[in-house]
Design a protein around this ligand. Structure first.
Ligand code: ATP
Length: 510
């Protein structure tokens, strides 16, 4: 059999790789061409945000399935340590002792071939099949091939391919994914691989909206990022969603409807609302299709006009609020919303929903039912929370928090009663977490448990620094530190006039 192995990083495999593979199969009358993603390429570091090895393999499988006689192999991925082609060549020769073997390489690889590890060992087992990456490469390929034949006795076949000058680097930077096969693009989108940089998104949106709207977009991004930091939400998600939230807003109603029809967007807005609301749906779909944004980003864009349906994530609420009170917005009441945005996400979200409903009513229209339902839910929740708070004494709340923190392995929990020293709170609960992830997880656990079991939400939460998370339940303020930060800020010393509470009965013995 005539078998060729086409090795590479394939991060991701693109149309250039596929065209080269097809050209080799044809020109060399191959029975099999095997795409073989490398584990750790000896000559390059994988850039941040690269696909995982298994994902590169899966993309090779998808690409191979589009080409007759092409397949993908995990041979190099299964091997520990860096992938040296010489080892692969030897392994292949052992696997296919009676077959004719080729290694497929592009121009760049041919030009450095003599600097690879043990090129002679590769050449002992394989012929080289060289494909041009650019039509201008032909002369250099000819020269280098002659040199390698002469110096290393290389057996080289220069393949007459129609060069397609594209690189994986370019693909990773192209949000539209034009240079990969649609099936590979689908996989990239579905797995949220190679998210475009925020600058790429800003530039794309700048060309689609008016200058004024672009200023609003940037204002929205700025406030959303600030809120993400304060409320522990994902920064990339809120920034990307803020940048893209109005990306189709410049389209008129007819164009919006055409897009909605083309993309099968189902909506039940009244005809008079569609013009104002539909850009959230077409924007979310544009984010998914053109910018391969992950679901969390698309969801935030989709809910940014109506605030629902269903339970929204922190990222969705942040975009909804930031859109209404970022720094370029100016209307009666904006200051109140802005202040709430910086102190209490739930309160700000409720206020923003109420403001929207009132605004629509003042225009003589009826608010969209999803907005009304969400507002009702938020209001009921706030009332319940107040009731729950009223039923629970500060001491019971503090004890509950200590139990949750202890269960999540918080270290050195200390409780200070400070109601004689300040009117701000009754108790400080101070604890140590082992890492930034641990302190965040402790904050999350306390919040989630209290919300789930007692329907109590914090008044506000903030990552004061990356090593200090503060969750404020008004009568109890929780401070979660990493050890160094705990020593640095020394809250226990600062509040040493307070009364230290014995909590040994609340914590498990180690
Ligand atoms: P990156 O941009 O991340 O460096 P790349 O596009 O060069 O990636 P690799 O996976 O490193 O892709 O390349 C694997 C093999 O495919 C190499 O031998 C390379 O020369 C060859 N190759 C890459 N792009 C093309 C192309 N457009 N045409 C022909 N061969 C190509």
């Amino acid at each position: 059999m005539r078998i060729a192995v086409f090795g590479g990083t394939f991060n991701p495999p693109h149309l250039g790789h596929m065209a080269a593979a097809e050209a080799c199969i044809r020109a060399l009358s191959l029975d099999r061409l095997i795409l073989m993603p490398t584990r750790l390429p000896p000559h390059k570091e994988l850039p941040a945000g690269s696909a995982a090895p298994e994902q590169r393999l899966e993309m090779c499988r998808i690409a191979a399935s589009q080409i007759p006689r092409c397949e993908a192999s995990d041979l190099e991925l299964r091997r520990e340590g860096p992938s040296y082609t010489a080892d692969t060549a030897e392994a292949l020769a052992a696997m296919f002792p009676d077959d004719q073997l080729w290694m497929v390489i592009g121009t760049d690889m041919l030009l450095t071939f003599d600097r690879w590890r043990e090129p002679e060992r590769i050449l002992r087992h394989c012929r080289l099949a060289v494909v041009a990456r650019d039509e201008n490469d032909r002369a250099r390929i000819g020269e280098k091939a002659a040199f390698l034949r002469e110096t290393l006795g290389a057996r080289i076949d220069v393949v007459e391919n129609a060069a397609l000058p594209v690189s994986s680097t370019q693909v990773r930077e192209d949000p539209a994914l034009t240079m990969v096969h649609p099936a590979v693009a689908e996989y990239i989108r579905a797995n949220g691989l190679y998210p475009p940089t925020l600058e790429t998104l800003r530039e794309a949106v700048r060309s689609r909206v008016s200058e004024k709207r672009f200023r609003h977009t940037l204002g929205c991004e700025k406030l959303a990022a600030e809120m993400a930091d304060r409320y522990g939400a994902d920064e990339y998600t809120v920034r990307a969603a803020a940048i893209l939230h109005d990306c189709t807003k410049a389209l008129d109603e007819k164009e919006q409807l055409t897009l909605a029809k083309k993309w099968n967007i189902i909506f039940d807005y009244s005809p008079e609302d569609a013009g104002a609301l539909l850009h959230a749906d077409t924007g979310a779909e544009t984010a998914r299709r053109e910018f391969h944004m992950p679901k969390a980003v698309c969801d935030a864009i989709r809910t940014h006009t109506v605030g629902g349906p269903g339970e929204l994530t922190a990222e969705q609420k942040i975009l909804y609020v930031a859109d209404l009170c970022e720094e370029t917005r100016s209307y009666d009441g904006v200051e109140e919303l802005r202040a709430a945005a910086r102190t209490d996400l739930e309160e700000a979200f409720t206020l923003a929903l109420r403001r929207t409903a009132e605004f629509v009513r003042r225009q003589g229209r009826t608010p969209y039912y999803v907005t009304e339902e969400q507002l009702k839910k938020q209001t009921e929740r706030a009332e319940k929370e107040e009731e729950a708070m009223a039923e629970l004494t500060p001491r019971e709340l503090m004890e509950e928090i200590v139990r949750i923190a202890d269960g999540k392995k918080a270290k050195d929990i200390v409780v200070m009663k400070v109601d004689d020293q300040t009117t701000l709170t009754d108790y400080f609960v101070i604890m140590t977490g082992t890492s930034t992830t641990h302190i965040r997880a402790l904050g999350d656990e306390i919040e989630e448990q209290l919300k789930k079991r007692l329907e109590i939400l914090p008044h506000h939460r903030e990552g004061v620094t990356s090593s200090w998370v503060l969750v404020d339940y008004t009568s109890v303020v929780v401070n979660i530190f990493q050890q160094e930060a705990r020593e640095l800020y020394a809250l226990e010393r600062l509040w040493s006039d307070g009364k230290r509470i014995d909590i040994t009965n609340l914590t498990k013995e180690d």
